[in-house]
Write a protein that binds this ligand. Structure first.
Ligand SMILES: Cc1cc2nc3c(=O)[nH]c(=O)nc-3n(C[C@H](O)[C@H](O)[C@H](O)COP(=O)(O)O)c2cc1C
Length: 167
């Protein structure tokens, strides 16, 4: 077990579009960063095709995955867009973003369309900060995909802690 595996994380697919191709990369090191302006951050290794695709296009989408998407997440996370057209190989259904050219992934329960605002070197990753230009969601029957460690995923249970301070 490594230190970063003690941290269950919601999984998103980062969508990019360059003149060459559309691409999708699972990311677990991703988080909202600011209300105003609305900013979202994702840590991306410079080894990833996505790293170059975001720098080239200055845009990306954040697609929140469901439990049913564990298989596609595992598959898109073990090959690089440098060698494979993941959209064709894994039959990923998309539509174009409303305000960015990067693709939005069908079947996800929420989508952010982001314009690259800044990026910073953080050890062996870079923190890409996107300004959220558009946000959509469908939270019906929600089963968010949560990454535990080493190819192991879970989702939330029906247990809800409502307003704990009032009890
Ligand atoms: C569940 C999961 C979460 C991941 N999270 C990240 C992440 O936050 N940052 C990162 O750089 N790579 C992450 N990876 C690894 C990349 O998704 C993987 O190397 C992928 O093949 C890169 O694709 P690309 O080269 O097409 O960009 C993750 C992989 C999985 C399966």
């Amino acid at each position: 077990m490594r230190f970063y595996q003690l941290h269950p994380q919601v999984v998103v697919l980062i969508g990019t579009a360059t003149e060459e191709k559309e691409n999708f990369m699972p990311a677990a090191w991703a988080s909202p960063l600011s209300f105003k302006p609305p900013l979202f951050g994702v840590a991306i290794s410079p080894k990833r095709y996505t790293y170059n695709a975001i720098l080239a296009s200055e845009e990306f989408t954040v697609n929140y995955c469901t439990l049913e998407m564990a298989d596609i997440v595992a598959r898109t996370g073990e090959v690089s867009g440098r060698v494979v057209n993941k959209k064709e190989k894994f039959n990923i259904k998309t539509r174009r973003g409303e305000v960015v050219k990067a693709p939005v992934v069908e079947g996800c329960y929420a989508h952010l369309e982001c314009k690259l605002k800044d990026y910073f070197e953080v050890g062996d990753h870079f923190l890409f900060v996107g300004e959220v230009l558009k946000f959509s969601h469908d939270l019906k029957d929600l089963k968010p995909l949560i990454y535990l460690w080493e190819d192991t995923y879970t989702t939330i249970s029906d247990v809800r802690i409502l307003k704990p301070r009032e009890k």
